[in-house]
Write a protein that binds this ligand. Structure first.
Ligand code: SF4
Length: 449
């Protein structure tokens, strides 16, 4: 039977064409709020026949594999000159520093989308437009190129051929994983009371693409009771990746222990525990750029070797990630995110799945129902979600920062003054906190007569 793999266009292109330093000056459309807003702003300015966010997908079949490549084109329109697709990039860099041949990654994405669009619509040529939006000034710069189908085909085939070598290696690992799961037995002699029913429920929920809420007493072995059936669902093709989401370090440890117990029984599965950036960073005082941090400089030039070595093992714990990152001089946080792309089970905080600012955009930019989310202590999610979608400005911190910037960054100073004026106005409209009302009521009730 052929193995199936799927990958997003951006992940495919990034995997093969990235080089040099880590850079954060470009903001993707499916990630940060600013990026989303800028995309929508540009898309609204386009003519009526402009189609935003066009999903596209293509399957490559080899002797042993079916590889599905999919993604979303930022915009597509046709006019007398033919079909044109657009890729929008939001940047913090001054636009005059952006030249047309500069970014092979952005052009690689456009060419890949161009090829997929051309085969789907039987086109001989396709126009492409790479639009840069400067986030601070609102300036826009558009770069255009038209490609023939023959050029795009050559580009795409070369890309895919290179990727297939890596995909075959991953496939081999997946086969080893699947064989190990097929023979895998529950790691303890007997199930505890209720544990078997819970495990069966988890398997059925994953199989039927349903949600399941489990409320069970402490100590019945919930973690192993959910991870074990999820591995079985994986080998049966009902899920591709398991996210074990927890807000507690003890929750992470419990998931690692459960996987450890299954590994002792023969399970061969790649798992990673993600650690927050501020905790795992090697240079907490530096900015994440090649100019300031040696682990960001040339990151992509060494990433391939760093990935190859760690793939000899299965359990990418924080210690293993740090050791390898240090050896290859890789930023440990970004390295762990790269590794997560190729692992079967990701143990991490809720943020990585639900927080729009830090979510793993590489996974969630393409809609899929092939991921399983196991949410530890899910009742905490309500409070955490409120925090994720709320913002807070502290006036004193704003004023302190503004004072420091007065001479060096007068434009930012002025902007912060505007924010401060807004805060002063807003304060007048704020009602006293509910707590004070409640206290007043209490006082009224209990005042001795
Ligand atoms: S090591 Fe720290 S400073 Fe350097 S790139 Fe990584 S997170 Fe940023």
């Amino acid at each position: 039977m052929k193995t199936k793999q799927s990958i997003g266009v951006n992940a495919l292109v990034e995997h093969l064409l990235r080089s040099g330093d880590l850079e954060h000056e470009f903001i993707g459309s499916h990630h940060a709020h600013d990026g989303i807003r800028a995309h929508q702003k540009i898309q609204k300015l386009r003519p009526d026949n402009y189609l935003p966010e066009v999903s596209i997908s293509h399957m490559i079949e080899t002797e042993s594999m079916e590889l599905i490549i999919s993604g979303r084109i930022d915009g597509l329109f046709s006019d007398t000159e033919g079909v044109t697709i657009e890729e929008i990039k939001t940047t913090t860099r001054p636009l005059d520093q952006i030249i047309s041949t500069e970014n092979p990654l952005h052009w690689g994405q456009l060419k890949t989308y161009g090829y997929l669009c051309a085969i789907e619509n039987d086109l001989e040529h396709i126009g492409t437009r790479l639009t840069y939006y400067q986030i601070e000034t609102g300036e826009v710069r558009e770069l255009r190129q038209t490609f023939s189908m023959a050029t795009l085909k050559r580009f795409f085939q070369d890309l895919v051929n290179r990727y297939l070598k890596w995909a075959e290696a991953i496939s081999k690992l997946n086969r080893t994983r699947d064989e190990s799961i097929l023979c895998l037995e529950f790691p303890f002699k007997t199930y505890r009371s209720g544990q078997r029913r819970m495990a069966e429920g988890v398997y059925r929920a994953i199989k039927n693409n349903r949600q399941l809420i489990i409320q069970a007493a402490t100590g019945i072995g919930k973690t192993i009771g959910v991870i074990f059936p999820a591995t079985k669902a994986m080998v049966d093709g009902f899920t591709e990746k398991i996210f074990y989401l927890t807000a507690r370090s003890t929750g992470k440890a419990a998931a690692e222990t459960a996987l450890g117990a299954l590994r002792k029984k023969g399970l061969k599965i790649k798992s990673i525990t993600l650690t927050a950036k501020d905790k795992i960073c090697f240079r907490p005082q530096s900015a994440c750029s090649g100019n300031e941090c040696e682990y960001a400089k040339g990151f992509y030039d060494r990433l391939g070797s760093g990935l190859e070595e760690i793939f000899q093992q299965d359990d990418f714990t924080r210690g293993a990630v740090e050791r390898n990152a240090m050896k290859y001089r890789l930023c440990p946080f970004e390295y762990s995110l790269e590794l997560a792309l190729w692992t079967d089970c990701i143990i991490c905080d809720y943020n990585y799945a639900f927080d729009p600012r830090v979510s793993l955009k590489r996974f969630f930019q393409v809609q899929t129902n092939r991921y399983t989310f196991m949410i530890d202590e899910a009742h905490n999610l309500v409070e955490r979600s409120r925090a994720m979608y709320s913002s807070e400005i502290r006036k004193q911190a704003l004023l302190d920062t503004r004072r420091l910037l007065r001479h060096d960054l007068p434009t930012v100073y002025k902007d912060m003054t505007r924010v401060n004026s807004w805060l002063i106005k807003a304060r007048k409209n704020v009602r006293p906190p509910e707590m004070s009302l409640w206290k007043k009521k209490l006082r009224m009730t209990f005042t001795p007569c």
